[in-house]
Design a protein around this ligand. Structure first.
Ligand code: AHR
Length: 517
């Protein structure tokens, strides 16, 4: 799957009027009989925080809403989420998690305590969406809950009781309370984060202080019955390698199954995030360049993990990633509502390809966030809903869930500005349980098509059975409530498979996935 910077592309085409747009060529090899690592489906996880219109309006409208719903959950959103088989859903935050007191969100809704959502717009949180509403949503979606516990401002007792409430099957104060609140049988809760961003909004701790706290809190996150908790330590911010190192050193390995990493993509940086639409080509490129940093971050963090855990028992959990732009004009700055373009789909495909490359260590990831917040896959406006270009990437890439990663080498050209360049193609090849090979190619170049000639070696496949594409007129093409299908998943036929060679005419600014059987 590595792009080779040094074996250059061949330019075979010529000038189009007014510009030097050339037909480019690339070659690739897939060794279909040499796969070793499984792409864990959990890297396709999502994240829903009590932030802006993600939970309220985006998912939960309540039973009495005029918006069509099932037990309070929007039917349109639930149907869209079911279609892409989301494997896990992280909740209730984010920064909100370390201020959330779960007991405020159980029992009769009209009696639930109200609180201020200090991080996100200072709005009143009425706790009408709590533990039952979240876990029942997960059952409805057929997805695994990923709960993030409150280490920053909650007590050890509170965290301990939460896991007892959710998972204990028997007589106990918390299990009895759950039954009293209408749920007889416990839920299964495997994924549990012990705090969030504890270097910042989760308590401003040092890594040493966090590791010490982790040991105490995690001790009381018990395994009840057959429920086995996969405990995830709150990890580093971007390139804080010391945080990873101290946690790996100071936390006994039997006490954690994963450690997290958060990395968002901005156009320039935190103080200059750029706009979600209306950007120029250089800003387009900068987002992809910054997004590509995920590769270096994972390489360096996992390098540290390898020192302490060479057997790779502990996974790197990238439980917050995605593009973060300026909010849409006229919206609450604390609600983080942004549009989503073809650029974001290309970014998502490129980052998912990076996760695949590191599939031996990256086992869980969560794009931020699911509905109406940051790089959302779904946007809603009252009763209307649209799917974003990023949604279609998750739809297209579901063929890679739990498939075996295949070694793939791509010899291709570059795209960029000045001395800053990226390989113009990123890719993934995998083989599923039934022997179908899927090859995904992302052409990040906004102007040039690329003809890719790919040798597929060692596969028991004879024909191309499917092709899908996501592209648009321009890189900031996007869907709106008035024009909801400007960018979507479409059939792709511009490829052929003959004598073991797949030839794909990969359009500029596109993501393509081919199936061979
Ligand atoms: O996703 C938005 C916020 O970004 C989360 O609440 C926090 O964990 C991160 O800083």
């Amino acid at each position: 799957m590595r792009n080779n910077f040094f074996k250059a592309m061949l330019f075979s085409g010529l000038l189009l009027s007014g510009g030097l747009f050339a037909q480019q060529k690339a070659t690739a090899i897939v060794n279909a009989d040499q796969g070793k690592v499984i792409i864990d489906k959990h890297i396709y996880g999502h994240f829903a925080e009590h932030l802006g219109r993600c939970i309220y309006e985006g998912i939960w409208v309540g039973e009495n809403s005029t918006i069509p719903n099932t037990n309070g959950y929007r039917n349109d959103v639930v149907a869209a989420l079911k279609k892409i088989n989301i494997p896990n859903l992280r909740w209730p935050g984010g920064c909100f998690a370390d201020e959330y007191h779960w007991m405020d969100g159980i029992g009769p809704r009209e009696k639930r305590a109200k609180m201020i959502n200090t991080h996100w717009g200072g709005v009143v949180e009425d706790n009408s969406f709590g533990t039952h509403e979240f876990l029942n949503l997960c059952e409805l979606l057929g997805t695994e809950p990923y709960i993030c516990g409150n280490l920053g401002s909650g007590s050890v007792e509170e965290m301990s009781k939460w896991i007892e409430y959710m998972t204990f099957d028997g007589e106990s104060p918390m299990a009895n309370l759950r039954k009293q609140n209408g749920r007889e049988k416990p839920w299964k809760v495997r994924l549990f984060g012990v705090g969030n961003e504890n270097w910042g909004c989760g308590g401003n701790m040092t890594p040493e202080g966090y590791a010490e706290n982790y040991r105490r809190y995690a001790t009381y996150v018990r395994n009840y019955g057959e429920n086995r908790v996969y405990k995830i330590a709150g990890g580093a911010n971007v390139d804080d390698y010391r945080w990873t190192e101290v946690c790996m050193k100071n936390i006994p390995h039997h006490m954690m199954q994963g450690i997290s990493l958060h990395n968002y993509t901005f156009t320039e940086g935190w103080t200059s995030k750029g706009d979600a639409t209306g950007f120029n080509e250089e800003q387009y490129f900068k987002v992809l360049l910054n997004g590509n940093r995920m590769d270096e971050l994972i390489t360096r963090h996992t390098g540290i993990m390898d020192q302490y855990d060479p057997q790779k028992r502990i996974s790197l959990v990238v439980d917050e990633w995605g593009a973060w732009y300026n909010v849409e004009k006229g919206t609450n700055p604390g609600f983080l509502y942004q549009q989503n373009t073809l650029r974001d789909a290309i970014l998502a495909g490129s980052i998912l390809n990076i996760f695949h490359k590191h599939a031996d260590r990256v086992k869980i990831a969560n794009i931020a966030q699911m509905v109406n917040v940051l790089q959302a896959i779904i946007l809603t406006d009252k009763e209307k809903m649209i799917l974003t270009p990023t949604y279609y990437v998750f739809d297209m890439y579901k063929v890679h869930h739990d498939a075996t990663l295949l070694p793939m080498e791509v010899n291709t050209g570059e795209y960029g500005f000045g001395r800053r360049k990226l390989p113009n193609i990123t890719s993934t090849a995998s083989v599923d349980k039934n022997g179908a090979v899927h090859i995904s190619l992302v052409n990040i170049d906004p102007k040039n098509d690329i003809e890719v000639s790919c040798d597929v070696r060692g596969a028991k496949v004879s024909k191309m059975t499917d092709g899908q594409i996501i592209t648009g007129k321009v890189v900031d093409s996007h869907n709106t409530f008035d024009n909801p299908y400007e960018v979507q998943l479409e059939n792709f036929k511009n490829a052929k498979f003959k004598n073991g060679t797949l030839t794909v005419k990969l359009p500029a600014k596109s993501l393509v996935t081919i199936e061979l059987k």
